[in-house]
Design a protein around this ligand. Structure first.
Ligand code: HEC
Ligand code: HEC
Ligand code: HEC
Ligand code: HEC
Length: 233
């Protein structure tokens, strides 16, 4: 009885928050915090173009692509606010990448990191650890609505669009400057098809989830990815 009451009060507390309040106070922490537990995901992520996205801003990289997009091939763009929003993690947001960060912290946030897709992690990562204990000690799973309230993102199409469909004339209605220089008008290969891209090499490979969390939201492709996911020993 007491327990039910505590749960009811806790849930009421969560729903009393305005929609995105917690998400708004969450801070970006950098990939190192995530891989403390998800060490499985480090290499598969490092092997993607996203992990290396910061390098594309260095002088001389992506020479031909830059010329096509009217960018200077020899210029160093690593401190350019017109570029950093899509080539780093959480640029300009609390805890996120900034030009004047100490080197060690900058390295954790350079490139498109875990939190660029999964959301700023300072609040939900604590739930991940609590929820694991709860499953072990009480054999209970934790509802995903708690993750959403803490700022974890499950709307992957929207996350990708923020970088890939952010250009003038884009089908994505929230597009605003600074835009990506690499649009389908420059080269048809830059057209972004979510259904293809989400299954492609730019996303880390998948690992088995063991039911620490349950309930909605579950991305539409979760079952498909879990069917072929690698086991974690
Ligand atoms: C203290 C350890 C810990 C940390 C730190 C942590 N996680 Fe988790 N995470 C877990 C555990 C445990 C699960 C549940 C896995 C399962 O169900 O098998 C989980 C689940 C997840 C899931 C799947 C959620 C679902 O829908 O079931 C995602 C995505 C995820 N973590 C991403 C992250 C990201 C991104 C970070 C960094 C901001 C992070 N985690 C930090 C332990 C952690
Ligand atoms: C924070 C911005 C950002 C987000 C969010 C993002 N991307 Fe990217 N993506 C990039 C950048 C920048 C590159 C180019 C990396 C480079 O080569 O510098 C890229 C590259 C790619 C590529 C091309 C890879 C290659 O090998 O040429 C694909 C495909 C892709 N992303 C798919 C996705 C999908 C799917 C999502 C959402 C789940 C997503 N991206 C989310 C910024 C982002
Ligand atoms: C609104 C997001 C956004 C902004 C702003 C942005 N980029 Fe990117 N950039 C991307 C995405 C997305 C890709 C991956 C395109 C793809 O492969 O489909 C990319 C790819 C690149 C590439 C690799 C292209 C290739 O084909 O190899 C270079 C180089 C690059 N960006 C440099 C820059 C520079 C320099 C700036 C600033 C002047 C900049 N970007 C600003 C999103 C952005
Ligand atoms: C470009 C976007 C993107 C980036 C960057 C990214 N992920 Fe994911 N991640 C996804 C997608 C898409 C899924 C599949 C969604 C699902 O099943 O809920 C996923 C699933 C997961 C899961 C659930 C189990 C699995 O493997 O499918 C965990 C845990 C996870 N990611 C952790 C991480 C960590 C840790 C990092 C950084 C080292 C990271 N992700 C970087 C897009 C991304």
């Amino acid at each position: 009885m007491l327990r039910t009451l505590v749960t009811v009060v806790l849930l009421w507390g969560l729903s009393a928050l305005p929609g995105t309040a917690a998400a708004d106070t969450a801070r970006f922490e950098g990939y190192k915090v995530c891989i403390k537990c998800h060490d499985t995901h480090e290499k598969p992520w490092r092997d993607t173009a996203h992990a290396r996205a910061f390098d594309s801003l260095k002088a001389g990289s992506g020479r031909e692509a830059r010329l096509k997009a009217d960018l200077d091939p020899d210029k160093d763009y690593t401190a350019d606010s017109d570029c950093l929003g899509c080539h780093t993690t959480g640029y300009g947001k609390p805890g996120g990448y900034a030009v004047d960060l100490p080197k060690a912290r900058a390295r954790r946030l350079a490139g498109v990191g875990c939190e660029s897709c999964h959301g700023a992690g300072s609040l939900y990562r604590e739930i991940h650890s609590d929820a694991e204990h709860r499953l072990k000690l009480e054999a209970e799973s934790t509802d995903r609505s708690e993750l959403v309230a803490a700022g974890q993102n499950f709307d992957f199409a929207d996350a990708c669009a923020g970088c890939h469909l952010n250009y003038e004339g884009s089908p994505w209605q929230h597009a605003k400057a600074p835009f990506t220089p690499f649009t389908p008008q420059i080269d048809a290969k830059y057209a972004f098809d979510f259904d293809t891209a989400i299954r492609g090499e730019a996303i880390h490979t998948h690992f088995r989830l063991y039911g620490v969390f349950s309930g909605e939201p579950v991305p539409p492709f979760r079952e498909e990815f879990q069917d072929t996911a690698e086991e974690i020993e």
